[in-house]
Design a protein around this ligand. Sequence first.
Ligand SMILES: [Zn+2]
Length: 211
Amino acid sequence: MIAGFCCDESKKDGWKWIWASDEIFTVRKLSLILDENSLAIGNNSTETIRNSLVPKKVEIFVWRTLKKRLPVRIERVDLHSVRCPLCDDEIESLDHTFIFCSHAIKVWDRVFNWWGLGNLSNLSFNEILRGNAGVPMSNFGRKVWQAVEWVSAYHIWINRNNMVFHGKSWNPPVALNVIQSKSFEWISRRSKGKNIDWLIWLSNPNSYFTL
Ligand SMILES: [Zn+2]
């Protein structure tokens, strides 16, 4: 379409970038648009899954779970068993792996207890990924809690894979320690202007609800 087109500066011809209000192209703006579209959840929806407090690999992990693109056994046709490789009690679905499996419950119990939030009793995995704690929170607190939930789910998946593929045992207290330190490292580095104290993070992260 543009072959043969020639700008005529006397007529004020020029190029403009229609995806930004200032009509100026930058690589960063293009990158943001690509990110938003590549992490869209629904086929026709513009809803995207983003939380700037966690690394891209965690965002992509959450996007894959919401799109049901994580290789839990029920989604695979090439396995002789679709039972959960951890507890062997149920079919390994996403909900089972992340919510109902006794191994996952032991991790969530510790995470919810750490945040003083009771337990995850009535929450679905989707609600958890959307940062619903079941209690009112400030916007920043909600974003931090969502990041903690994503990091927790991410580590449940890593622990599951370490057990399945490397025979490593599952230790919920150690899993909590890893979740606490990783989430602190990622969140404190990414939340500009918020000075998060490590000891308060461990003992009373609720105090960040009101920041
Ligand atoms: Zn299980």
